[in-house]
Ligand binder design. Structure first.
Ligand code: SF4
Ligand code: SF4
Length: 440
């Protein structure tokens, strides 16, 4: 095993007490269910239903449109009401399937049937994962069946289950690890069937002692699996930092985890793998943290894809006072929400709602050259210089300063006393350079 941490990073108020240690409740979707066809990295899915079609829970609405793409599955029963462009959380328009939910939740035949997975072939396991429409639930939504099909299968010596969840306020993974530890361990055993030379490591920060305890007890007699508890430090949950912590191996932005012998999956994804392979259940719901100082009863909920953020807010008792800021995801890497009617998707980890005084703290002023952004950057960058390049659209300078190595953790913005939106500007420039490279 390598060193137990990565360089730099930050420790901060984590706000997790608001929502942890409460049972995960289920929010039953009531209104129309809205399914964007681009909920993942890669090509948007292609509709396989038409307006007027009746659909059931677990039915495929759209199929993967290429090698890197994922199916979209209905979590409700009802009738396809529209296939049209609608706004997404990212602020872009996207082709979307809208299902009028009849509230009956009629299921597809075979949904939920138990399956003996130990006798399945690798191909069968990958097919079940693909059929279930699973994508990475902890990040940008890379299709899981693709991530599990590396060219160097025999060279994979680590399957890392990422339960670090280091971003403040988020507790969805923590609650899942304490409520469903058996399924997470079984999910990891399924993944280890695909990689015979690998050991499984479940990475958890030490601010989640209950999760460490439950999972450690379960893997006590599993020779290929260990639980690694590490000091909590942001961004421990970022893929590169997780790999460095577990294996001591370094990656740069041009490399994939498989290049250093690793596959990394978030705990929610591993749970989804178990459900797909062992219980014939596709990805139709996920755990979402609904929290923030403006939320009446912060908690974690099982949220169905396609339901609105407004339904999640109602399930948490609504707001204690008029909120100022709505965020999909965590405070450092999330996206500000303009509308609570937007749909929950496969990558929705949280709804964070803040009161006016918290949201108004950020007053922007010129850089005072304090160097704090450099001190915390886990990628060893100079964010105050990168933002200059970003402001001057100096892409060459940005690349020369290794801006492409940014893991978009948001730590620099968080610590900047001048309130500068460093991470946001750097992310935008980095993504436009990546887009330009892809276009070429
Ligand atoms: S420059 Fe990128 S990697 Fe470094 S702290 Fe800022 S967001 Fe994180
Ligand atoms: S933390 Fe903010 S004020 Fe300090 S050097 Fe970085 S950009 Fe400038």
């Amino acid at each position: 095993m390598g060193k137990t941490t990565f360089r730099n990073g930050i420790q901060m108020y984590d706000g997790k007490d608001l929502s942890k240690n409460k049972e995960i409740s289920t929010v039953v979707p009531k209104g129309e269910a809205v399914y964007p066809l681009a909920q993942h990295i890669g090509l948007p899915a292609r509709p396989v239903v038409e307006v007027g079609d009746a659909v059931s829970v677990g039915q495929r609405l759209a199929e993967a449109a290429g090698v890197v793409s994922a199916h979209v599955i209905s979590g409700v029963s009802g009738t396809v009401k529209a296939i049209e462009e609608r706004l997404t959380v990212a602020g872009t328009m996207c082709e979307t399937i809208v299902v009028e939910n009849d509230g009956e939740f009629r299921t597809m035949e075979g949904l939920g049937e138990k399956r003996e997975y130990t006798s399945l072939s690798k191909g069968e396991i990958r097919d079940y994962i693909k059929e279930a429409g699973i994508v990475g639930l902890g990040g940008v939504g890379f299709p899981t069946h693709v991530k599990l099909s590396p060219k160097n299968e025999d060279g994979i010596d680590y399957v890392i289950v990422n339960g670090a969840e280091s971003e403040p306020y988020l507790t969805a993974d923590e609650c899942l690890m304490t409520e469903e530890p058996e399924k997470i361990v079984e999910g990891l055993k399924i993944l280890l069937q695909l990689f015979e030379n690998a050991k499984g490591v479940i990475l958890i920060e030490d601010n989640k002692p209950q999760a460490v305890k439950c999972l450690s007890a379960l893997v006590k007699n599993e020779p290929r699996i260990t639980v690694k508890a590490v000091k909590s430090k942001y961004p421990q949950g970022a893929e590169r930092q997780a790999i460095k912590t577990v294996t001591g191996r370094k990656m740069n932005s041009a490399m994939l985890p498989t290049d250093v012998g690793c596959v990394v999956h978030n705990v929610g994804t591993v749970y989804a793998v178990y459900m797909a392979v062992a219980e014939s259940t596709p990805l139709i719901k996920r755990v979402v943290t609904v929290t923030g100082d403006a939320v009446a009863n912060p908690r974690n909920v099982w949220a169905y894809m396609g339901m609105s953020y407004r339904e999640l807010a109602e399930a948490a008792g609504g707001f204690t006072e008029e909120p100022e800021l709505f965020v999909s995801g965590g405070p450092l890497t999330g996206t500000a929400l303009t509308d609570l009617e937007l749909p929950v998707t496969k990558t929705s980890s949280a709804l964070l709602v803040m009161k006016k005084k918290e949201a108004a703290k950020r007053l922007v002023s010129p850089c005072i050259r304090c160097g704090r952004c450099m001190e915390v950057c886990p990628s060893g960058l100079t964010p105050h210089r990168l933002i200059k390049c970003a402001e001057q659209t100096d892409c060459e300078g940005f690349v020369r300063l290794d801006g492409m190595e940014c893991c978009e953790c948001g730590a620099c913005s968080y610590v900047c006393p001048a309130g500068r939106m460093l991470a946001q500007e750097i992310r935008q420039t980095r993504r436009s350079i990546l887009e330009e490279r892809r276009r070429r």
